[in-house]
Design a protein around this ligand. Structure first.
Ligand code: AHE
Ligand code: ZN
Length: 366
Protein backbone atom coordinates (compact mmCIF):
# COMPACT_ATOMS: atom_id res chain seq x y z
CA UNK A 1 0.00 0.00 0.00
CA UNK A 2 2.99 2.34 0.47
CA UNK A 3 3.00 5.20 -2.01
CA UNK A 4 -0.63 4.57 -3.02
CA UNK A 5 -3.87 6.23 -2.03
CA UNK A 6 -5.73 4.09 0.52
CA UNK A 7 -9.52 4.04 0.53
CA UNK A 8 -10.92 3.29 3.98
CA UNK A 9 -13.73 4.22 6.33
CA UNK A 10 -13.70 7.36 8.42
CA UNK A 11 -16.17 9.33 10.50
CA UNK A 12 -16.62 12.70 8.82
CA UNK A 13 -17.81 15.80 10.62
CA UNK A 14 -19.46 17.50 7.64
CA UNK A 15 -20.76 20.39 9.68
CA UNK A 16 -21.06 21.62 13.25
CA UNK A 17 -23.62 20.10 15.58
CA UNK A 18 -24.56 17.19 13.28
CA UNK A 19 -23.79 13.51 13.92
CA UNK A 20 -20.63 12.16 12.36
CA UNK A 21 -21.15 10.22 9.18
CA UNK A 22 -19.23 7.10 8.18
CA UNK A 23 -17.87 7.49 4.68
CA UNK A 24 -15.29 6.06 2.31
CA UNK A 25 -12.33 8.41 2.35
CA UNK A 26 -9.20 8.50 0.25
CA UNK A 27 -6.04 8.90 2.29
CA UNK A 28 -3.02 10.12 0.33
CA UNK A 29 0.44 8.70 0.95
CA UNK A 30 2.63 10.57 3.43
CA UNK A 31 4.80 13.35 2.01
CA UNK A 32 8.29 14.15 3.33
CA UNK A 33 8.40 14.11 7.15
CA UNK A 34 4.93 12.60 7.36
CA UNK A 35 3.71 9.22 8.56
CA UNK A 36 0.63 7.25 7.52
CA UNK A 37 -0.85 5.26 10.40
CA UNK A 38 -3.37 2.46 10.51
CA UNK A 39 -5.50 3.52 13.48
CA UNK A 40 -6.65 0.48 15.46
CA UNK A 41 -8.29 2.19 18.41
CA UNK A 42 -9.27 5.66 19.53
CA UNK A 43 -10.78 7.21 22.57
CA UNK A 44 -13.44 9.89 22.32
CA UNK A 45 -12.63 13.00 24.33
CA UNK A 46 -14.97 15.78 25.37
CA UNK A 47 -12.82 18.07 23.25
CA UNK A 48 -13.98 16.17 20.15
CA UNK A 49 -17.57 16.83 21.23
CA UNK A 50 -16.69 20.46 21.97
CA UNK A 51 -15.28 20.98 18.48
CA UNK A 52 -18.13 19.07 16.84
CA UNK A 53 -20.62 21.29 18.67
CA UNK A 54 -19.22 24.26 16.75
CA UNK A 55 -17.86 26.10 19.81
CA UNK A 56 -14.14 25.63 19.11
CA UNK A 57 -12.63 28.78 17.60
CA UNK A 58 -10.33 26.45 15.66
CA UNK A 59 -13.08 24.06 14.57
CA UNK A 60 -13.20 23.66 10.79
CA UNK A 61 -15.57 21.54 8.68
CA UNK A 62 -15.65 19.15 6.97
CA UNK A 63 -13.06 17.43 9.10
CA UNK A 64 -12.04 14.16 10.69
CA UNK A 65 -11.95 14.57 14.47
CA UNK A 66 -10.23 12.35 17.05
CA UNK A 67 -6.98 12.80 18.96
CA UNK A 68 -6.68 9.85 21.36
CA UNK A 69 -5.51 7.13 19.01
CA UNK A 70 -3.31 4.10 18.84
CA UNK A 71 -2.14 2.36 15.71
CA UNK A 72 0.59 0.90 13.55
CA UNK A 73 2.79 2.73 11.05
CA UNK A 74 1.72 1.74 7.51
CA UNK A 75 4.25 3.84 5.58
CA UNK A 76 6.58 6.77 6.04
CA UNK A 77 7.51 9.70 3.83
CA UNK A 78 10.98 10.78 2.84
CA UNK A 79 13.25 11.82 5.66
CA UNK A 80 11.30 10.15 8.48
CA UNK A 81 13.72 8.62 10.99
CA UNK A 82 11.88 8.54 14.31
CA UNK A 83 9.37 5.79 13.42
CA UNK A 84 9.35 2.87 11.01
CA UNK A 85 6.76 0.69 9.28
CA UNK A 86 5.15 -1.66 11.80
CA UNK A 87 5.88 0.43 14.88
CA UNK A 88 3.12 0.73 17.45
CA UNK A 89 2.48 4.42 17.78
CA UNK A 90 0.45 7.10 19.52
CA UNK A 91 -0.26 10.30 17.56
CA UNK A 92 0.56 13.49 19.46
CA UNK A 93 -1.62 16.58 19.33
CA UNK A 94 1.20 18.35 21.13
CA UNK A 95 4.13 17.85 18.78
CA UNK A 96 7.78 17.77 19.79
CA UNK A 97 10.25 18.87 17.11
CA UNK A 98 13.23 19.36 19.46
CA UNK A 99 14.41 22.26 17.33
CA UNK A 100 12.07 25.21 17.90
CA UNK A 101 12.37 27.92 20.54
CA UNK A 102 9.75 26.18 22.71
CA UNK A 103 11.33 22.73 22.53
CA UNK A 104 14.80 24.09 23.19
CA UNK A 105 13.69 26.28 26.11
CA UNK A 106 13.45 23.40 28.52
CA UNK A 107 10.50 25.30 30.02
CA UNK A 108 7.47 23.91 28.21
CA UNK A 109 6.12 20.94 26.30
CA UNK A 110 4.42 23.22 23.78
CA UNK A 111 6.10 23.06 20.35
CA UNK A 112 5.98 25.67 17.63
CA UNK A 113 6.82 23.47 14.66
CA UNK A 114 3.39 22.52 13.33
CA UNK A 115 0.95 24.24 15.68
CA UNK A 116 -0.12 26.99 13.26
CA UNK A 117 -0.98 24.67 10.36
CA UNK A 118 -2.47 22.13 12.80
CA UNK A 119 -4.91 24.78 14.00
CA UNK A 120 -5.94 25.43 10.39
CA UNK A 121 -6.67 21.74 9.77
CA UNK A 122 -3.88 21.20 7.26
CA UNK A 123 -0.54 19.41 7.12
CA UNK A 124 2.64 21.52 7.51
CA UNK A 125 2.80 22.08 3.72
CA UNK A 126 -0.67 23.65 3.82
CA UNK A 127 -2.55 20.82 2.08
CA UNK A 128 -4.72 17.92 3.32
CA UNK A 129 -4.35 14.15 2.90
CA UNK A 130 -8.06 13.30 3.07
CA UNK A 131 -10.64 13.38 0.31
CA UNK A 132 -14.27 12.33 0.40
CA UNK A 133 -16.83 12.61 -2.41
CA UNK A 134 -14.31 14.73 -4.29
CA UNK A 135 -13.99 17.23 -1.46
CA UNK A 136 -10.95 18.05 0.65
CA UNK A 137 -11.46 17.05 4.27
CA UNK A 138 -9.60 18.92 7.00
CA UNK A 139 -7.38 17.34 9.66
CA UNK A 140 -7.98 17.92 13.39
CA UNK A 141 -5.41 18.52 16.15
CA UNK A 142 -2.78 17.07 13.83
CA UNK A 143 -4.12 13.58 14.50
CA UNK A 144 -7.61 12.81 13.00
CA UNK A 145 -7.91 9.43 14.65
CA UNK A 146 -11.55 8.84 13.68
CA UNK A 147 -10.29 7.28 10.44
CA UNK A 148 -8.98 3.79 9.72
CA UNK A 149 -5.91 5.49 8.23
CA UNK A 150 -4.55 8.92 9.02
CA UNK A 151 -1.48 10.97 8.12
CA UNK A 152 0.47 12.90 10.75
CA UNK A 153 3.68 14.92 10.86
CA UNK A 154 6.71 12.96 12.05
CA UNK A 155 7.09 15.38 14.96
CA UNK A 156 3.54 14.44 15.99
CA UNK A 157 3.99 10.74 16.63
CA UNK A 158 5.85 8.46 19.03
CA UNK A 159 6.63 4.75 19.06
CA UNK A 160 5.59 2.92 22.22
CA UNK A 161 6.21 -0.52 23.70
CA UNK A 162 4.58 -3.04 21.30
CA UNK A 163 3.46 -5.12 24.28
CA UNK A 164 1.17 -2.33 25.46
CA UNK A 165 -2.39 -3.15 24.37
CA UNK A 166 -3.36 -0.27 22.11
CA UNK A 167 -7.07 -0.54 22.87
CA UNK A 168 -6.16 0.87 26.27
CA UNK A 169 -2.84 2.64 25.70
CA UNK A 170 -4.52 4.91 23.14
CA UNK A 171 -6.05 6.73 26.11
CA UNK A 172 -2.56 7.99 26.91
CA UNK A 173 -2.90 10.18 23.81
CA UNK A 174 -4.95 12.70 25.78
CA UNK A 175 -6.91 12.39 29.02
CA UNK A 176 -4.80 10.16 31.24
CA UNK A 177 -1.50 11.79 30.32
CA UNK A 178 -3.04 15.25 30.73
CA UNK A 179 -4.00 14.57 34.35
CA UNK A 180 -1.11 12.35 35.41
CA UNK A 181 1.47 14.67 33.83
CA UNK A 182 -0.09 17.83 35.29
CA UNK A 183 0.30 16.45 38.82
CA UNK A 184 3.53 14.53 38.56
CA UNK A 185 5.37 17.34 36.79
CA UNK A 186 4.32 19.93 39.39
CA UNK A 187 7.46 21.01 41.24
CA UNK A 188 7.53 20.25 45.00
CA UNK A 189 4.19 18.45 44.96
CA UNK A 190 5.44 15.65 47.25
CA UNK A 191 3.76 15.51 50.68
CA UNK A 192 1.55 18.51 49.85
CA UNK A 193 -2.21 18.98 50.23
CA UNK A 194 -3.97 18.76 46.88
CA UNK A 195 -7.52 19.42 45.65
CA UNK A 196 -8.81 18.10 42.33
CA UNK A 197 -11.97 19.62 40.87
CA UNK A 198 -13.77 17.25 38.49
CA UNK A 199 -13.60 13.47 38.66
CA UNK A 200 -13.53 12.47 35.00
CA UNK A 201 -10.66 10.92 33.10
CA UNK A 202 -8.40 13.93 33.67
CA UNK A 203 -9.31 14.34 37.36
CA UNK A 204 -8.88 10.63 38.11
CA UNK A 205 -5.48 10.72 36.47
CA UNK A 206 -4.48 13.71 38.60
CA UNK A 207 -5.54 11.67 41.63
CA UNK A 208 -3.36 8.77 40.49
CA UNK A 209 -0.45 11.16 40.13
CA UNK A 210 -1.06 12.47 43.65
CA UNK A 211 -0.88 8.95 45.02
CA UNK A 212 2.31 8.23 43.05
CA UNK A 213 3.85 11.42 44.45
CA UNK A 214 2.78 10.54 48.01
CA UNK A 215 0.76 13.72 48.48
CA UNK A 216 -0.72 14.21 51.94
CA UNK A 217 -4.40 15.18 51.73
CA UNK A 218 -5.82 14.50 48.28
CA UNK A 219 -9.31 15.96 48.10
CA UNK A 220 -11.53 15.14 45.13
CA UNK A 221 -14.47 17.41 44.38
CA UNK A 222 -17.40 16.64 42.08
CA UNK A 223 -21.08 17.55 42.01
CA UNK A 224 -21.89 13.92 41.15
CA UNK A 225 -21.65 11.79 44.30
CA UNK A 226 -21.55 8.64 42.17
CA UNK A 227 -17.92 9.58 41.57
CA UNK A 228 -16.91 9.09 45.20
CA UNK A 229 -15.92 5.41 45.06
CA UNK A 230 -13.89 5.74 41.91
CA UNK A 231 -12.16 8.87 43.22
CA UNK A 232 -11.07 7.00 46.37
CA UNK A 233 -9.94 4.02 44.28
CA UNK A 234 -7.72 6.27 42.15
CA UNK A 235 -6.02 8.01 45.05
CA UNK A 236 -8.31 10.56 46.69
CA UNK A 237 -8.14 10.53 50.48
CA UNK A 238 -11.39 12.49 50.72
CA UNK A 239 -14.35 13.24 48.46
CA UNK A 240 -16.61 16.27 48.67
CA UNK A 241 -19.78 17.03 46.77
CA UNK A 242 -20.15 20.83 47.10
CA UNK A 243 -23.93 20.41 46.88
CA UNK A 244 -23.86 18.52 50.18
CA UNK A 245 -22.19 21.33 52.14
CA UNK A 246 -24.29 23.10 54.74
CA UNK A 247 -26.07 26.28 53.68
CA UNK A 248 -23.63 29.21 53.76
CA UNK A 249 -20.44 27.15 53.53
CA UNK A 250 -18.70 27.36 50.17
CA UNK A 251 -16.36 24.74 48.76
CA UNK A 252 -13.58 27.31 49.17
CA UNK A 253 -14.35 27.72 52.89
CA UNK A 254 -14.52 23.96 53.32
CA UNK A 255 -11.16 23.33 51.65
CA UNK A 256 -9.47 26.10 53.62
CA UNK A 257 -10.84 24.59 56.83
CA UNK A 258 -9.75 21.07 55.91
CA UNK A 259 -6.20 22.12 55.06
CA UNK A 260 -5.46 24.64 57.79
CA UNK A 261 -5.48 27.67 55.52
CA UNK A 262 -5.73 26.35 52.00
CA UNK A 263 -4.38 23.78 49.58
CA UNK A 264 -0.79 23.75 48.37
CA UNK A 265 -1.92 22.73 44.89
CA UNK A 266 -5.30 22.68 43.17
CA UNK A 267 -6.28 21.50 39.69
CA UNK A 268 -9.28 22.34 37.55
CA UNK A 269 -10.37 19.38 35.46
CA UNK A 270 -13.83 20.74 34.68
CA UNK A 271 -13.50 23.59 32.18
CA UNK A 272 -16.00 25.56 34.29
CA UNK A 273 -14.81 29.11 34.94
CA UNK A 274 -16.55 29.44 38.32
CA UNK A 275 -14.80 26.25 39.38
CA UNK A 276 -11.48 27.64 38.14
CA UNK A 277 -11.96 30.63 40.44
CA UNK A 278 -12.80 28.40 43.40
CA UNK A 279 -9.72 26.30 42.69
CA UNK A 280 -7.53 29.40 42.83
CA UNK A 281 -9.18 30.81 45.93
CA UNK A 282 -8.91 27.49 47.79
CA UNK A 283 -5.12 27.77 47.53
CA UNK A 284 -3.01 28.60 50.57
CA UNK A 285 -2.01 32.22 51.00
CA UNK A 286 1.62 32.87 50.15
CA UNK A 287 2.35 29.82 48.03
CA UNK A 288 -0.69 27.87 46.74
CA UNK A 289 -0.60 27.07 43.04
CA UNK A 290 -3.71 26.43 40.95
CA UNK A 291 -3.44 24.78 37.54
CA UNK A 292 -6.15 25.22 34.90
CA UNK A 293 -6.52 22.17 32.66
CA UNK A 294 -10.14 22.14 31.51
CA UNK A 295 -11.19 23.72 28.22
CA UNK A 296 -13.68 26.51 28.95
CA UNK A 297 -16.66 27.42 26.77
CA UNK A 298 -15.81 29.60 23.78
CA UNK A 299 -15.33 33.23 24.78
CA UNK A 300 -15.44 32.54 28.53
CA UNK A 301 -13.03 34.48 30.74
CA UNK A 302 -11.74 33.85 34.24
CA UNK A 303 -11.71 36.39 37.04
CA UNK A 304 -10.74 36.79 40.67
CA UNK A 305 -9.74 39.68 42.91
CA UNK A 306 -6.13 40.58 42.11
CA UNK A 307 -5.55 40.49 45.89
CA UNK A 308 -5.65 36.70 45.58
CA UNK A 309 -2.48 36.89 43.51
CA UNK A 310 -0.92 39.78 45.43
CA UNK A 311 -1.11 37.56 48.48
CA UNK A 312 0.93 34.85 46.85
CA UNK A 313 -1.42 32.47 45.08
CA UNK A 314 -0.30 31.47 41.59
CA UNK A 315 -2.65 30.82 38.66
CA UNK A 316 -1.24 28.76 35.84
CA UNK A 317 -2.22 26.14 33.31
CA UNK A 318 -0.92 23.18 31.39
CA UNK A 319 -1.63 21.33 28.15
CA UNK A 320 -1.15 17.58 27.67
CA UNK A 321 0.06 17.45 31.27
CA UNK A 322 3.22 19.34 30.39
CA UNK A 323 4.44 16.09 28.83
CA UNK A 324 6.86 16.13 25.92
CA UNK A 325 5.29 13.43 23.79
CA UNK A 326 8.25 11.93 21.97
CA UNK A 327 10.61 12.09 24.93
CA UNK A 328 8.28 11.25 27.79
CA UNK A 329 5.19 9.38 26.59
CA UNK A 330 7.04 6.04 26.16
CA UNK A 331 7.95 6.24 29.85
CA UNK A 332 4.33 6.83 30.80
CA UNK A 333 3.39 3.74 28.75
CA UNK A 334 5.99 1.88 30.87
CA UNK A 335 4.33 3.25 34.03
CA UNK A 336 1.15 1.61 32.72
CA UNK A 337 2.95 -1.65 31.86
CA UNK A 338 4.59 -1.94 35.29
CA UNK A 339 1.39 -1.17 37.20
CA UNK A 340 2.21 2.33 38.47
CA UNK A 341 -0.52 3.85 36.33
CA UNK A 342 -4.06 2.47 35.99
CA UNK A 343 -5.34 2.64 32.42
CA UNK A 344 -7.54 -0.44 31.85
CA UNK A 345 -9.97 0.86 34.46
CA UNK A 346 -10.89 3.82 32.25
CA UNK A 347 -12.38 1.66 29.53
CA UNK A 348 -16.08 1.52 30.36
CA UNK A 349 -17.69 1.30 26.92
CA UNK A 350 -16.72 0.00 23.48
CA UNK A 351 -18.01 0.90 20.03
CA UNK A 352 -16.92 0.05 16.53
CA UNK A 353 -16.33 2.91 14.09
CA UNK A 354 -19.91 2.63 12.84
CA UNK A 355 -21.14 3.20 16.41
CA UNK A 356 -19.07 6.31 16.97
CA UNK A 357 -22.07 8.61 17.50
CA UNK A 358 -23.30 6.29 20.25
CA UNK A 359 -19.78 6.56 21.69
CA UNK A 360 -20.28 10.31 22.07
CA UNK A 361 -23.51 9.61 23.95
CA UNK A 362 -21.71 7.07 26.18
CA UNK A 363 -19.52 9.90 27.50
CA UNK A 364 -22.53 11.43 29.20
CA UNK A 365 -23.57 8.36 31.19
CA UNK A 366 -23.24 9.31 34.84
N1 AHE B 1 -8.77 25.08 20.05
C1 AHE B 1 -9.31 25.72 21.23
C2 AHE B 1 -8.57 25.35 22.48
C3 AHE B 1 -8.72 23.90 22.78
C4 AHE B 1 -7.72 23.49 23.85
O1 AHE B 1 -7.52 24.21 24.83
N2 AHE B 1 -7.12 22.36 23.67
C5 AHE B 1 -6.23 21.79 24.67
C6 AHE B 1 -6.29 20.33 24.52
S1 AHE B 1 -7.85 19.67 24.85
C7 AHE B 1 -7.54 18.02 24.82
O2 AHE B 1 -8.69 17.36 24.93
C8 AHE B 1 -4.78 22.13 24.46
O3 AHE B 1 -3.89 21.39 24.81
N3 AHE B 1 -4.47 23.22 23.91
C9 AHE B 1 -3.11 23.61 23.65
C10 AHE B 1 -2.93 23.70 22.17
O4 AHE B 1 -1.81 23.93 21.73
O5 AHE B 1 -3.92 23.50 21.47
C11 AHE B 1 -9.37 27.23 21.05
O6 AHE B 1 -9.71 27.91 22.02
O7 AHE B 1 -9.11 27.69 19.93
ZN1 ZN C 1 -8.68 15.30 24.55
Amino acid sequence: TAGKVITCKAAIAWEADKPLSIEDVEVSPPKAHEVRVKILYTGICHTDAYTLSGQDAEGIFPSILGHEGGGVVESVGEGVTNVKVGDHVIPLYTAECRECKFCKSGKTNLCGAVRATQGKGVMPDGTVRFKCKGKDIYHFMGTSTFSQYTVVADVSIVTVNPNAPLDKACLLGCGITTGFGALTKTPDVENSNVAVFGVGCVGLSILQGARAKKCAKVIAIDTNSNKKDVALKFGATEFINPKDLPEGQSIVDKLIEMTDGGCDFTYDATGNIQVMRQALEACHKGWGVSTVIGVAPAGAEISTRPFQLVTGRVWKGSAFGGVKGRTELPGIVEDYMNGTLMVDEFVTHHQTLSGINAGFDDMHIR
